[in-house]
Structure formats: structure tokens, C-alpha cells
Ligand binder design. Structure first.
Ligand SMILES: Cc1ncc(COP(=O)(O)O)c(C=O)c1O
Length: 433
């Protein structure tokens, strides 16, 4: 731990030397020392079952041996290259991504984060189409650069300048709180079709792209119905734009497919990824078709993009996912989550909605089932109780009122039950107050 000797000193120096805008969870911050498989350990050696995985990053478990071995070998061979020189891990990874992404996506541009991947994808779409208007979805989250923060449509994450002028927003498919007062049994997908209205009334009738998370993570684990993206893709194409799918959070096997968009029978023009790709090593990438990519000969560069260590980690992580069939496991354990979380919904009236697929689950908490008033304080209490009992889960949604669950894809049935049991206990405590 270098020259820092205890938790109190660590927190006090964090407060002194790290900017306060860096959000820290829990009243008493969690200070992490070690990760192993599905567990994290704090400075006092207390063990936590990790159902949050560093915001959906650790898809293959903490300090996964295959990834660690690949990184250790690479670190001794070559640690940095820049995109001006070609290194083996970046090309090997690009080839793997071309094989696993849907449709004709073939050529990658490597960067360092999800924000950068989305921003790079938008830039490519603008160059390809020669247009500059970008349309995002309500409740979308895309990052913290000026462009991706402006594109983000969740107030709490937009603080500071959000003044890029060529951005418009179209409704997402938030069925639990439908903007169009519809319900699944009589839904005519007005939310998806509204995109045409946005283009006709708020643009000159020409767009560069529509950018959408397949499943909105930070927005509250919002899963659109089956036809949503087909309609969005058709309208986007009709007006000359590209469809950019942001899989930064929901990709890499989390929903039971390698990419969540594969649940929707739609071929995006560009996919942005990051988070789970390298199981904890910093990386971002956007991938597109050869035709689209070849409209931009640059020059463009990323000093750290395509870093050989991060790329070696990502390659090993993908190999691990396939060799161990962890996407199949995510589907299988996902069914257990569905069954168990639906039981919790029946049991507790604070649970307004349960949504998920694979190992990506949201539990929307409301003070009243009729008014659907968000239960933010209660969400906070549940998170705190779970932490005390040794379970880490996340929160999301406009009002931090949705519990976000995303364990590693290789979690066992036993650990899945163990975590859900703690969650059950946490909600029951709250209900007895
Ligand atoms: C869907 C989505 N896109 C983009 C980002 C930004 O990624 P990063 O924090 O790596 O810049 C995030 C981060 O949470 C995200 O969830």
C-alpha cells in the first residue's frame, strides 16, 4: 500500500488529492485491496461477493488467471507502441473482433475508454455521411467527454457544459414508464416511430447518426421490446444516417449473447465497446464496415489506443469466454436470476419492475406501485445493507432508484443464490420498518 497505512488515512488523502466530482459510493467508502474470482476484499480483509463487477467490467472474474498470464507475458515483451507502429496484440484482437461482431463489421479503431469509443464512432459517422446532426435516446448514457456528456440524456450526469449544438433526442422504450401512456398489450411502438418526427421537426431532414445503447445501463436497465431497433434502424437509414450501437456496458456476453443487439435482429453500422472487453484493463474500440471505415484516411492517431498490454488482456479474455462457455453460463444463471427476482417482486411492494437478460438485471424501486414515485433513499439503504452483509450491487436510474446487478459471467449457481438471498434479506429489513 506504499506509504499509506490504514483506511482512515487513505480516505482522508483521497478527499484531499482527488477532485470531489469523482463520485464514491456508500456513506463509508469501500476501500478495495484485492480481487479474486467473484470476490473483492477490502483493506480490513472483509470479503464481498461482487454483483457489480466494477460497473460491468469484470466479466471473467477478478484477476482471471488466463488474462493475468497473458498480461504478465506481454508486459515483459512490449508495454507501449502508439498507433504509429504496428504491434501483434492489436492486430490479433482486431481480427477476433471482426469474427465475433454481427454483420459486416470488420475494421476497428482502438482507444482508451467507452467515452472515446462512442465519440470516435460519431466522428466517423459524420465524416462518412458529410452531415453533423446526431440523435441520442432519452435516458441514454455515453460518457464524460463534452460530446458524449451532451449526448447523455440523464440530468444528473450532465453537470457542467453540455453545449454541443447539433444533438437531438428521441424517446427510448421505457415500457414501465411509457412516454406514450401505452402498455405492452396495446403498444404500437410509438416511441420508436417518433424518431421520424424528431428528424422532420428538429433537423434539416438529414442526419449523421442515431446513437443508442441496446440496453440502457446507467439510465436504469431499460430493455426495449423486440421491434424497437428494427424501426429505429429503418428510419435512420431512410434519412441517410448510420446506426451506432453503444455496447460499452451491455456487450461482451452480459445479456446472454456476445452483443445485446443480437437479440434484436438488427445490423448496426458501428458498434462501440469498452468495459468488459479486457476484463479490467483500459481499452475502448469502435468497429465498422470496410466501406464506412474507408471514408476516413485521417491522419488520426491514439497514443495509447491499441496498447499491447490491454489488447493482450482483451484477446485472452475473449479466449477465456469461448473456452469456458461463459456466455452460455450467463444465459443459464440468468434464468435463475429471473425466477428468483420475480419471486422477490411478488413478495415486496417496493419492487415496481424487474428487468433483465443473462446477467444484467435491474430492479426498479418505487414508494408506491400506483404513483411509481422513485424510492431513492430506500435504494441507498438496500445498497448499504447489502454491503454490510458482504454483497456489492450497483444503483442506476434518473433518481438512483434502480438496483443494478451484474455478476461475472462465470458465476456459479450457488453464489448466485447466495447473493440473491442477501438482497432478499436487505429488502425485508426495509419493509419491516
Ligand atoms: C453505455 C456506456 N457508454 C459509454 C460509457 C463511458 O465509458 P467510460 O466511462 O469508459 O468512458 C459508459 C460508462 O458507464 C456506458 O455505460
Amino acid at each position: 500500500m506504499g506509504n499509506i497505512n490504514n483506511k482512515e488515512e487513505l480516505i482522508s488523502k483521497h478527499n484531499k488529492y482527488i477532485m470531489p466530482s469523482v463520485h464514491v459510493s456508500y456513506k463509508e467508502p469501500l476501500c478495495i485491496k484485492k480481487g479474486e474470482g467473484e470476490y473483492l476484499y477490502d483493506l480490513d480483509g472483509k470479503k464481498y461477493l461482487d454483483f457489480y463487477t466494477g460497473i460491468m467490467v469484470i466479466v471473467s472474474g477478478h484477476c482471471n488467471k488466463k488474462v493475468t498470464d497473458a498480461v504478465s507475458a506481454q508486459i515483459k515483451e512490449l508495454q507501449h507502441s502508439t498507433s504509429f507502429f504496428i504491434n501483434i496484440p492489436v492486430v490479433e484482437l482486431a481480427e477476433k473482433l471482426a469474427k465475433i461482431t454481427p454483420g459486416k463489421l470488420q475494421q476497428s479503431f482502438f482507444v482508451n475508454s467507452g467515452s472515446e469509443a462512442v465519440e470516435g464512432a460519431i466522428n466517423l459517422a459524420q465524416i462518412y455521411t458529410g452531415k453533423d446532426t446526431v440523435i441520442g435516446l432519452q435516458h441514454g448514457y455515453h460518457g464524460r467527454t463534452l460530446l458524449t456528456k451532451t449526448l447523455t440524456a440523464i440530468s444528473v450526469w450532465r453537470e457542467g457544459q453540455t453545449n454541443i449544438s447539433n444533438i437531438r433526442y428521441t424517446p427510448n422504450a421505457y415500457c414501465y414508464r411509457c412516454n406514450f401512456n401505452s402498455s405492452p398489450d396495446r403498444c404500437d411502438m410509438a416511441c420508436a416511430r417518433y424518431l421520424e418526427e424528431v428528424i422532420q421537426t428538429q433537423t434539416k431532414g438529414e442526419i449523421a447518426c442515431v446513437v443508442a445503447e441496446t440496453i440502457q445501463g446507467v439510465g436504469g436497465l431499460i430493455f426495449p421490446p423486440k421491434d424497437y431497433f428494427k424501426i429505429i434502424a429503418e428510419i435512420t437509414k431512410k434519412y441517410g444516417g448510420l446506426l451506432i450501437i453503444d455496447e460499452v456496458q451491455c456487450g461482451m456476453g452480459r445479456t446472454g449473447n456476445m452483443f445485446a443487439i443480437e437479440h434484436y435482429d438488427v445490423e448496426p453500422d458501428i458498434i462501440a465497446m469498452a468495459k468488459g472487453l479486457a476484463n479490467g484493463f483500459p481499452i475502448g474500440v469502435f468497429i465498422s464496415t470496410e466501406e464506412i471505415a474507408s471514408c476516413f484516411y485521417g491522419p488520426s492517431v491514439s497514443t495509447f489506443g491499441g496498447n499491447p498490454v490491454s489488447c493482450a488482456a482483451a484477446s485472452a479474455n475473449l479466449d477465456y469466454i469461448f473456452e469456458n462457455k461463459t456466455i452460455e453460463n450467463s444465459k443459464k444463471i440468468g434464468r435463475l436470476f429471473e425466477e428468483q427476482l420475480m419471486l422477490l417482486k411478488e413478495k415486496y411492494k417496493i419492487i415496481g419492475d424487474v428487468r433483465g437478460k443473462g446477467l444484467f438485471w435491474g430492479i426498479e424501486l418505487v414508494k408506491d406501485l400506483k404513483t411509481k414515485e422513485p424510492a431513492s433513499e430506500e435504494t441507498e439503504e438496500i445498497l448499504q445493507y447489502c454491503k454490510d452483509e458482504g454483497l456489492l450491487i450497483g444503483e442506476c436510474g434518473d433518481y438512483f432508484h434502480v438496483l443494478r446487478l451484474g455478476p461475472p459471467l462465470n458465476i456459479s449457481e450457488e453464489k448466485a443464490y447466495e447473493g440473491i438471498k442477501i438482497l432478499d434479506k436487505a429488502i425485508s429489513k426495509l419493509n419491516f420498518k
